[in-house]
Design a protein around this ligand. Structure first.
Ligand code: HEM
Ligand SMILES: CC(C)=CCC/C(C)=C/CC/C(C)=C/COP(=O)(O)OP(=O)(O)O
Length: 290
């Protein structure tokens, strides 16, 4: 592989945010396992690869497009100044082309499972690019609340891949991701408030003071917890106990943040948000499979 090609590929991988994709894939895997139902055999797992590959391509494609959309704003943000788009290594047009091609391939790969899986992959991509990145992000602090649906789509795609359906259990799993997203992102946006002020992006922490942001993070997480606990209906009391313990740790970080609404506390709340969701999803996967 030529050096230029591998460098370009590396640029796209960085823009696609692999760490984000890894948790989206865990959400899809949790959906897949919950959708397996009782009769699991070796052939049930065949449908896992298309939704993971397709969902990752579409999510990554969306984030590459987002990088192309926000070059000017990213130039004003210290956190994003390293990006290949900001440094001129990937142009706007290139980011759009690669992102759209990746999303189309991802949606088509989803068809290898079924139409519903492909629909949710396309839905997640379109909500993130059109609804969140283009329409809401520059206009309203509701951007992240509604944009969170994109993450729900990963769980719904996973559930559809193994079951072929969208039912109440699938809805609850997606609502967990949806309700988790604001607390996850607002803690990051509070940590990097200066960046979002400079880029004039109306994130909630830009529009209100630090303590109010901290309270919004805690309230959104308190509202999220019943949705996390709701899957106890399907996964049993051990799941409920473990989620309750994890939720108390999350709220501990959030109440620390309310007490001291500073950058370090905001970062702690943010850095625990992803493991919180990842551990809950992994507990759900294990408890369904044992
Ligand atoms: C529209 C909704 C969302 C927004 C706006 C958002 C925003 C962000 C941002 C800006 C970052 C920092 C990325 C970076 O600079 O590298 C981040 C990190 C991350 N996001 Fe989100 N996020 C959203 C939803 C999600 C969802 C649904 C998931 C997975 C289910 C997720 C998982 C992650 C992970 C794993 C990280 C890396 C965390 C770390 O570095 O410790 N995000 N998010
Ligand atoms: C099924 C499917 C394809 C789902 C897609 C889900 C998806 C792409 C979620 C994106 C989450 C995320 C980290 C957004 C970054 O926000 P941002 O772009 O505002 O962050 P920035 O400040 O780093 O640009």
């Amino acid at each position: 592989m030529s050096i230029a090609f591998s460098r370009k590929l590396n640029d796209y991988i960085k823009l696609a945010k692999p760490r984000v994709i890894s948790l989206l894939d865990i959400a899809a895997l949790a959906g897949f396992v919950l959708g397996l139902g009782k009769s699991v055999n070796i052939f049930s797992w065949i449908h896992l690869l298309p939704v993971l590959i397709g969902g990752s391509l579409a999510a990554g494609g969306g984030m590459i497009i987002n990088g192309g959309l926000e070059i000017e704003k990213d130039k004003l943000m210290k956190r994003n100044s390293w990006r290949p788009t900001v440094k001129g290594e990937v142009s706007k047009g290139e980011a759009y082309t690669v992102g759209i091609v990746a999303a189309i391939i991802g949606t088509v790969v989803g068809l290898l499972d079924n139409l519903l899986t492909s629909f949710f992959i396309a839905f997640g991509f379109l909500v993130y690019v059109l609804v969140y990145s283009i329409w809401l992000k520059p206009r309203t602090w509701w951007n992240i609340v509604i944009g969170g649906l994109a993450g729900s789509a990963a769980a719904w795609a996973g559930y559809a891949a193994s079951s072929g359906v969208f039912n109440f259990e699938s809805l609850l799993l997606g609502l967990l991701v949806f309700m988790w997203t604001p607390g996850h992102f607002w803690s990051l946006a509070l940590r990097f408030k200066d960046d979002y002020v400079k880029a004039e992006i109306p994130m909630l922490p830009v529009l209100v003071d630090e303590r109010t942001s901290a309270k919004a993070i805690a309230v959104s997480n308190i509202l999220m917890i019943p949705f996390a606990l709701s899957l106890t209906l399907y996964l049993g009391v051990i799941y409920g106990i473990l989620v309750s313990i994890l939720s108390m740790i999350l709220l501990y970080y959030n109440f620390r943040l309310i007490k001291n609404p500073n950058k370090d506390e905001a970062w702690r709340s943010f850095k625990f948000s992803s493991p919180y969701l990842a551990i809950i999803l992994i507990i759900a996967i294990i408890l369904r499979l044992v």
